[in-house]
Design a protein around this ligand. Structure first.
Ligand code: AMP
Ligand code: GLY
Length: 437
């Protein structure tokens, strides 16, 4: 089968690695791809946002399945173009992808379908924003979100009204171009955050979904949840204190109304939904929809899967999904993100990675380049190390060994992936309890 995977990061590497190993019949193409991905197939030198060119290329090459990784091409309508060219596609149409591409659209959808979420307001001008901040009655901090896509940097948790005003000014002045000319203000929610992924298949006459295990990202740069927010410094699963009952509550309150809402709005669901959920003392609240796989959560999920991925992606693309839960291996799974010095603000220029040997499935290339047979860093998040064990300690031992082997000068990583949750569990705490301090 000829498969085109759109994207180039660690998320796409882990999907490609899984597809490559599950069948020698899979002929993989990556667009734009990366040097790391070359070992699994062929890279296509096109811009994924040039949706007409990409769809035409895929049709001309008789691609059997297009899998769209990042949000940009989804929101730009790549899935629509591919479908119009008669291609099978795993990825939502543009109108569905606005659930991620517009915070305002997503919040209105959540309100209409009574999905629990933070109280919010939206504004488009300075006077309304200033007045909202002056009369803010939800306590501090105040959460400000750029409406559109902002490469994961469009959310600011303002610790004071002064910071909220500065953020308002910079957003309205076009910090993220048109993406920040509309701003969603939200009450700050306290709780335990989790990432819930599900395959979704929704058309006008049926709806079904298939759950991945919930996992947890680690947003802060440094061990102990210190330092600035990042795109994610590590993920782990399963969450030891998430019960079956919690999952049922999430289905009833968030997942079922979301799928019914998609159907009522005439929106096609044909891909993955990644729900960012804050579990508060009064239950789950939906922070956001993502219409793509999370990064680095996907690296963990691909390693955990105990069944082939391709048949599931095809069931979704052909709109005949009938499974409702993914089979997983037992054990604890961890993904460590190894980042460049200077990440997240200004990742430093390429630095050599002296100890990378190919062929180790635990080493995921996220931002690397090959020059004269030598690997270098290329951007902020460079490598991901995915390991498992019977328990957290065993997985950590394995992680430590590989990280020591591949370490380079200036590398940053968190050594405590999964530890906070294990401690919470050992203290017999539940999702409804605050994190211990
Ligand atoms: P997002 O880009 O929507 O994923 O937001 C980035 C991060 O900001 C989330 O993963 C949360 O950790 C945090 N966040 C977003 N909205 C809220 C909120 N209303 N209350 C508390 N934290 C939030
Ligand atoms: N790990 C969070 C994200 O992919 O948005």
């Amino acid at each position: 089968m000829r498969i085109l995977l759109i994207g180039s990061g660690g998320r796409e590497y882990s999907i490609a690695q899984k597809l490559f190993h599950e069948s020698s019949d899979n002929d993989l193409y990556f667009l734009p791809g990366s040097d790391g991905l070359q070992q699994f197939g062929h890279c296509v030198d096109l811009n994924p946002l040039e949706v007409d060119l990409v769809a035409d290329w895929a049709a001309s090459q008789n691609i059997d399945l297009v899998i769209i990784g990042p949000e940009g091409p989804l929101v730009a309508g790549l899935a629509n173009k591919c479908s119009n060219c008669g291609l099978k596609v795993f990825g939502h149409d543009q109108s569905t992808s606005f659930l991620e591409g517009s915070k305002s659209f997503a919040k209105n959808f959540m309100k209409k379908y009574e999905i629990p979420t933070a109280v919010s307001y939206e504004i488009c001008d300075w006077a309304s924003g200033e007045s909202l901040i002056a009369h803010w009655s939800h306590g501090l901090p105040i959460v400000l979100k750029a409406d559109g896509l902002a490469s994961g940097k469009g959310v600011v948790i303002a610790v004071s009204k002064e910071v909220a005003l500065q953020t308002l000014r910079s957003f309205l002045d076009g910090k993220f171009g048109d993406a920040s000319r509309k701003i969603v203000f939200e009450e700050y929610l306290n709780g335990i955050e989790l990432s819930q992924h599900l395959l979704v298949d929704v058309t006008s006459d049926h709806r079904s979904y298939c759950l991945f295990p919930a996992c947890q990202d680690h947003k802060k740069l440094k061990t102990g949840d210190k330092g600035p927010n990042t795109g994610g410094m590590g993920a782990f699963a399963p969450i030891p204190f998430l019960t079956n009952e919690d999952v049922e509550i999430m289905k009833d309150l968030v997942i079922d109304p979301t799928l019914k809402g998609l159907q009522s709005e005439g929106l096609i669901g044909r891909g993955i939904l990644f729900l960012g959920i804050m579990w508060t003392s009064s239950g789950p609240k939906l922070l956001e929809y993502n219409c793509r796989f999370g990064d680095p959560e996907t690296q963990t999920l691909m390693a955990m899967m105990n069944e082939p991925l391709l048949p599931l992606l095809l069931e979704v693309a052909e709109q005949r999904l009938c499974k409702n839960v993914i089979k997983i291996h037992p054990g604890t799974y961890l993904t460590y993100v190894l980042a460049s010095s200077g990440y997240p603000d200004m990742p430093h220029a390429p630095v050599e990675l002296p100890n990378i040997k190919s062929g180790n499935p635990s080493i995921i290339h996220a931002g690397t380049i090959l020059r004269n047979h030598r690997w270098f860093t290329n951007g902020g998040r460079v490598l991901n190390i995915v390991v498992s064990g019977e328990n957290l300690e065993q997985a950590q031992e394995r992680g430590k060994e590989i990280i020591t082997q591949v370490a380079w000068t200036g590398m940053q990583y968190r050594s405590d992936i999964g530890e906070k949750s294990l401690k919470h569990h050992q203290l017999n705490k539940t999702l409804y309890d605050p994190w211990f301090s």
